[in-house]
Design a protein around this ligand. Structure first.
Ligand code: SAM
Ligand code: 2KA
Ligand code: SF4
Ligand code: MG
Length: 181
């Protein structure tokens, strides 16, 4: 059983795949307590892998996004294999503090200050920018580097920083701009 907070269908709002339709599987609970966290994830119901796959298959998109809470606390090879067998492309949104199954197709790592990263492979780094020193994150083994304003509140500050540090790109939470989940 895995504790699931919600499963819903929307557009990926953030990062490299922004605009892509995807089924979101939000796991319950997290090992961090970021004061800016925009997600209520503590509630949840226990679901088997069969039930998760059945719910995911109600929607037509190939992309599935595992998120939370911290999905790294919950996912393993068996779940990834079940979703792959169902034909899905599997993305994960992680804070990077957990070791992940190797077969995940796309890893979005959003490192948080003062944590130790255990994730081995990542495709994109996406940092919530609040004026902290983010330069060391450019050494992470990713292909794409995004800074994201906090709840769309400090976009001007983020744009200013990126114009001075052009290794970064802007990620807007576009779902919040158009009022979709
Ligand atoms: C809710 S978290 C869940 C996944 C994982 N725990 C993590 O932090 O990456 C999903 C994404 O939203 C980002 N996020 C959380 N709160 C935010 C906020 N207030 N504004 C912008 N992004 C936020 C996280 O950094 C992460 O990239
Ligand atoms: N539309 C939409 N895109 C997202 N990308 C990452 C999200 C998350 O909460 O992990 C998220 C979310 O909550 N909604
Ligand atoms: S790691 Fe992610 S889910 Fe956990 S508190 Fe921070 S932003 Fe929220
Ligand atoms: Mg979200």
């Amino acid at each position: 059983m895995r504790k699931i907070n919600e499963i819903f269908y929307s557009l990926q709002g953030e990062g490299f795949h922004a605009g892509t339709p995807a089924v979101f599987v939000r796991f319950s609970g997290c090992n961090l307590k970021c004061d800016f966290c925009d997600t209520r994830h503590e509630e949840g119901k226990d679901m088997t892998d069969e039930e998760i796959v059945e719910e995911v298959l109600r929607y037509p998109s190939r992309m599935v996004i595992l998120t939370g809470g911290e999905p790294g606390l919950w996912v393993d090879d068996a779940l990834i294999e079940a979703l792959h067998k169902a034909g899905k492309y599997i993305c994960i949104e992680t804070n990077g503090t957990c070791v992940l199954p190797e077969q995940i197709d796309w890893v979005t790592c959003s490192p948080k200050q003062g944590t130790v990263l255990k994730v081995k492979r990542m495709d994109e780094v996406k940092v919530v920018y609040l004026g902290q020193d983010v330069s060391s994150y450019l050494q992470l083994p990713a292909t794409h580097f995004f800074l994201q304003p906090c709840s769309c509140r400090n976009t001007e500050e983020v744009v200013g920083y990126i114009l001075q540090h052009p290794q970064w790109r802007l990620s807007l939470q576009t779902h919040k701009l158009i009022n979709i989940p």
